[in-house]
Design a protein around this ligand. Structure first.
Ligand SMILES: *Cc1c(COP(=O)(O)O)cnc(C)c1O
Length: 367
């Protein structure tokens, strides 16, 4: 859910999932990308990313592009041509993983699930006796479902575990080291509450040791990116590409905000807002889409009632109330709504606002 204020574009004064601190940082005077003060901001950003990822990986950094570039970076760096990559597919982003892996020359074994269901760990590990990589999406934004990554970590055997945490990082618990995640990527614009444009990324020694020596992507080659962020991992800092300084400053401010509030508190806030929204939707007589017990608090999927037009309700919400909710993904484009309460929007008042406006919209379209 986003409150749209056309005068101010993305970041109006009303509910937006961007934290005000992160938005304000975008307006600060720009530092040069080699300015020592900026390098300090980058180092602190990487350190704070380790905290939210639950990792000690030295190679934890914001990749300079959106979440999908994090996905690309994950696959191009560890998938050698001919490698077997088992992908748990329970939504749109699992499908995208298959596409990306196949472009790296992988032999992709897609383990298909019904949309709305969590990843079936037993089926995924039984899909191949010795895959090089097992890949899964922690929080499927297309369906509103959370999957058990820790269980995959226990069962992964010798495979590398590659995890999409785009919609989980900063919203629900992610404990990369404890769960056995070898490679993970996220995005800034979901629960981290920052503008879109960076992909928080982490890779451990085990995965880095098995990397492709010369990945087909120069830009996303982690062997080179170690020098970009410098620090203990690399040979000191070297020029690789110009850091997007405004975005890194914004991510820095967003992470500071999250850690000042406290990760546990931030997770509890997302949990509470999601529960208020989901309970309220059921009280309105609507049916939730994601399987019970596996629902994300930060992204709620709800079935569009048979007697209303999905697009008409969304248009009314936008025009009358300045609220933007998502349509469904893939085959569910017109039959499911997706309502995000992420980052700064993960609050009881935002949940209640959505419920009130949606109730009004339903009454309006039903006449
Ligand atoms: C949004 C999203 C992505 C893609 O991120 P972009 O920033 O749009 O490139 C990947 N995976 C999941 C689960 C997402 O929700």
């Amino acid at each position: 859910m986003q409150r749209v204020n056309r005068d101010r574009h993305l970041f109006g004064p009303g509910p937006s999932n961007a934290y005000p601190e992160a938005t304000a940082a975008l307006g600060l005077p720009l530092l040069g990308h080699l300015d020592p003060d900026f390098l300090t901001i980058m180092d602190q950003t990487c350190a704070m990313l380790r905290e939210v990822w639950g990792t000690t990986n030295t190679r934890t950094l914001p990749i300079s592009a959106t979440g999908s570039a994090g996905m690309e970076a994950a696959f191009v760096n560890v998938v050698h041509p001919g490698d077997v990559v088992v992908v748990a597919v329970n939504g749109l982003f699992g499908q995208r993983m298959c596409d990306v892996a196949s472009r790296c020359g992988a032999e992709v074994v897609a383990v298909e699930h019904d949309w709305g269901q969590p990843v079936d760990v037993e089926r995924v590990v039984a899909a191949h006796p010795a895959p090089a990589v097992i890949a899964a999406v922690h929080a499927e934004t297309s369906t509103g479902v959370v999957s058990d990554i820790a269980a995959l970590g226990v069962a992964k055997g010798d495979a590398l575990l590659l995890v999409d945490a785009v919609t989980s990082l900063g919203g629900i618990e992610v404990s990369a080291d404890e769960w056995g995640v070898d490679i993970g990527y996220a995005g800034t614009q979901k629960c981290l509450g920052v503008a879109p444009g960076l992909a928080p990324f982490t890779i451990n020694e085990r995965a880095f040791g098995r990397r492709v020596e010369k990945p087909q992507s120069w830009y996303l080659d982690l062997g080179l990116l170690g020098g970009y962020v410098g620090g203990a991992s690399g040979p000191g800092r070297t020029y690789h590409h110009t850091a997007p300084v405004a975005m890194v400053a914004s991510l820095h401010a967003g992470l500071r905000r999250i850690l000042d509030e406290g990760l546990e508190q931030v997770f509890a806030r997302h949990e509470e807002a999601g529960r208020i929204l989901q309970d309220g939707l059921e009280e309105l007589g609507l049916e939730l889409f994601a399987a019970k017990g596996h629902r994300l608090p930060e992204l709620t999927t709800v079935k569009v009632p048979d007697d209303v037009d999905s697009a008409a309700v969304r248009r009314y919400l936008l025009e009358r109330h300045g609220l933007e909710i998502g349509g469904g993904a893939g085959a569910y484009a017109a039959t499911v709504w997706r309502i995000g309460l992420m980052g700064h929007n993960a609050r009881p008042d935002a949940a209640l606002l959505v419920l009130a406006c949606l109730e009004d919209a339903l009454a309006h379209v039903r006449g």
